[in-house]
Design a protein around this ligand. Sequence first.
Ligand code: CTP
Length: 222
Amino acid sequence: MIKNNPGRLNGIKILITAGPTHEKIDPVRFIGNYSTGKMGYAIAEACAEEDASVLLVSGPVNMEAVHPGITRFDVTSANEMAEKCFGLFGECQAGIMTAAVADYTPGRKYSSKVKRTKENLTIELVPTTDIAAELGRRKRKDQVLVGFALETDEEEVNAQSKLKKKNFDFIVLNSLNDKGAGFGGDTNKITIIDADNNIRYFELKSKREVARDIIEKLVEYV
Ligand code: CTP
């Protein structure tokens, strides 16, 4: 297909995080979450269709990045995702943080498989780096940072406080209370809240359409 007009994100480099992270316990076990990466990959495709150059830092997912405008970096743990993002953000004009990053990781990684005993087993978890918050601290005036929030209670209040705390320009809220929204499915129902406290509610839509709505907001900033 030959396109005549350049897309609205032509010349823009965008860092996108997607999927879950896996935090190793021992050689055969990890702590993870239900994120599939679908929303992040849909956003990556939609940005690339607008001619952005996309740097997709992806946790372990069963997804493929199809568009040639997407460069994919595979990582496993929160720590690896953080290192990759910190190295790449400086060269980008935008960051979209869709990943469901583990907040805690085992303090001790066993090098051999943990054997079953009759005793209780306690695994101490230590906090991981908050990637989005660190990028929010590093953000320059020419950069825009978009966050996601998945909430179960007091959704808007929690999303607004995350927006401030992590210095996002806007945040995409999806509620686990909404039918058809959240992990795994092909649809999502979002609310976008920006730093000026404009709030926009969207209908339940396919993740592809949701991605386009998010890009409509993003192009206001770049
Ligand atoms: N995020 C991140 N690195 C982390 C945790 C979260 O980059 N270690 C990003 C997510 O990608 C998302 C935003 O921060 O864009 C909010 O994530 P969320 O898990 O909802 O927020 P937390 O700060 O972990 O708060 P909580 O789990 O207590 O709700």
